[in-house]
Write a protein that binds this ligand. Structure first.
Ligand code: ZN
Length: 401
């Protein structure tokens, strides 16, 4: 029987004004001299609060500004600063790229899975504790054990997978409440996929690409909780974010977006929501401006997976209504796509059909066919068109309350 694996950060801390108490939480972990990697906007927003929180308990620390991109060069620079300053942790404070860089610079062993076979590094980062402080709740990346490394020009160069999750994930919900509303909503889109992908992976007895194992009942329950929180508190959280108030909605949704979504995807598995959502990035010329955020693409990918699953209209209505209510895209137009052709949709569908994540989908092939596909991409094209059609009809039929 296949093994079941659950992976998770060592410690998760969350609360309004939590940053003021970070010193105490670092002391619990025995950290005495952290290096704080901070993006310029995060430094402005929370730099002095972090300093106050550490000064309060007499912890020594150093700051290093994030250069803006997670590249080999930037990782090396942060790692060297960590080693030279004899720091025992890297605290990464900012958005996804800052956190990805800090995770690489901190964590010892690593594997680049973009290479076949994967490239193994026995000593990659500085080998110190990895502490992630997301200042936005736009994705679940801060909880995970993966970093994406890009070239200076912005193309994906490496997907670094680490054997361990962060030592601590630290979320100050007062900071999240003041972050851009669209980012919190995008995080809900990423979190919306979690349950449906974990559930599909479980139903088809597939494995999670992260754990290389089947999922536990625990991971399934966490993924379901993630979904329930979004349904219960998603709309409320958006209203609070618009008012910049860290109320109960933000408190609940931050946990869903950052923690539960992260645990659910790593230990539960990914599927068509991510494969299809991400595939849209292969037709950048069809976006009106900058492509949508990860979570926005994944939200549409989720609707598409539900259509592919043949879910009944009652259920589809519930999820389409949620997306409309919080402002996640339900149509091609909502994704800011324009001049879409069958050729472009076929390109998206073919990229998705070849994605290893599609292997977990019901009806998928267990091996690639001669075109490298796990799934008939023309069926995905139909599902994409059907999803867009449902979204457009839904807009007219039942405006959301
Ligand atoms: Zn995601």
């Amino acid at each position: 029987m296949a093994l079941k694996v659950l992976m998770a950060p060592l410690r998760y801390v969350q609360g309004p004004d939590a940053l003021l108490q970070m010193g105490g939480q670092l002391q619990v972990l025995g950290i005495k001299n952290p290096l704080i990697l901070v993006s310029p906007s995060a430094k402005k927003a929370v730099g002095s609060t972090i300093a106050r929180g550490l000064d309060a308990v007499g912890i020594a620390y150093g700051f290093i500004d994030f250069g803006g991109h997670c590249t080999w060069k930037e990782i090396e620079r942060v790692k060297n600063a960590c080693l030279q300053g004899k720091h025992d942790a890297i605290v990464s404070c900012g958005g996804g790229k800052t956190i990805d860089t800090g995770r690489c610079a901190a964590t010892g062993p690593a594997m680049n899975v973009e290479k076949t076979p994967p490239e193994v590094f026995e000593r990659f980062g500085a080998g110190v504790a990895c502490i992630n402080v997301p200042t936005v709740a736009a994705t679940d990346a801060s909880t995970s054990a993966v970093s994406l490394v890009y070239t200076e020009k912005g193309t994906l160069e490496a997907t670094m997978v680490f054997p361990t999750n962060p030592t601590m994930v630290f979320v100050d919900t007062a900071v999240i409440a003041k972050s851009p509303v669209r980012l919190l909503v995008a995080g809900m889109g990423d979190a919306l996929a979690t349950y449906f992908e974990a559930d599909m992976t479980y139903r088809t007895s597939s494995i999670s690409v992260q754990t290389r194992a089947q999922s536990t009942r625990t991971a399934q329950a966490l993924a379901r909780l993630c979904f329930d929180i979004l349904m219960d508190y998603g709309v409320q959280a958006k209203a609070e974010a618009e008012a910049q108030v860290p109320g109960p909605g933000i408190e609940a949704v931050a946990e869903a977006n950052v923690l539960l979504s992260g645990l659910g995807f790593e230990s539960g598995g990914l599927c068509a929501c991510h494969a299809v959502g991400h595939a849209f990035l292969h037709i950048p010329e069809h976006f009106k401006g900058t492509p949508p955020f990860h979570g926005e693409l994944v939200a549409f990918g989720t609707l598409n997976q539900l259509v592919m699953e043949g879910r009944k209209p009652d259920f589809l209505d519930k999820i389409f209504a949620f997306c409309r209510a919080v402002g996640l895209p339900t149509t091609f137009a909502g994704l800011t796509l324009r001049d879409l052709t069958d050729e472009a949709l076929e390109k998206v569908a073919l990229v998705a059909a070849r994605d290893i994540l599609m292997q977990s989908m019901t009806g998928a092939r267990s091996e690639r066919d001669e075109q490298g596909r796990f799934y008939d991409h023309l069926e995905i094209v139909n599902a994409l068109k059907a999803t867009d059609a449902y979204g457009r009809a839904f807009d007219g039929r039942r405006p959301c309350t």
